[in-house]
Design a protein around this ligand. Structure first.
Ligand code: FES
Length: 141
């Protein structure tokens, strides 16, 4: 996107037409796209607020099965706790470091995934995929 943006801007400054300019125009939205835009933003708002109202799904680390994760209460709200195959617990803050949505565990990938914009973190909080660039805060299991 950066390369295309650079080419469009260079052409615009030079007074040339660019075949991609219309596709990337900030004015390209039509009323036809408004319902989809509203639905997508409503879903993000639901994820941002709704997950905060959902109770933790376990109360103690004893409730975390091997190779699984649970959301436990924490002094700051909620934390995500994963128990690996050797029995070691990995605990992290569930607040996404991008814009603060609460993460959900992805059992297939063993990662904490953000429902808002798609950031992913490993069980120790390292960033696997952005847009987040900062790791999750560690927590005491
Ligand atoms: S809030 Fe998590 S990726 Fe944006």
């Amino acid at each position: 996107m950066g390369t295309i943006a650079g080419a469009i801007l260079a052409d615009r400054i030079a007074g040339r037409d660019n075949p991609h300019a219309e596709v990337f125009s900030p004015h390209r939205l039509s009323l036809r796209g408004v319902p989809t835009l509203l639905l997508q933003n409503a879903q993000v708002a639901k994820d941002l607020v709704g997950d905060r109202l959902t109770p933790p799904d376990a109360q103690d680390t004893e409730d975390v099965p091997v190779d699984s994760a649970r959301i436990l209460p924490d002094a700051t709200g909620k934390k995500g706790v994963y128990r690996d195959r050797s029995g070691t617990l990995h605990a992290v803050s569930l607040r996404c470091t991008h814009l603060g949505c609460l993460l959900r565990f992805n059992g297939a990938e063993r990662s904490w995934d953000c429902p808002c914009h798609g950031s992913r973190f490993d069980v120790d909080g390292a960033v696997l995929e952005g847009p987040a660039v900062r790791p999750l805060s560690p927590r005491q299991p």
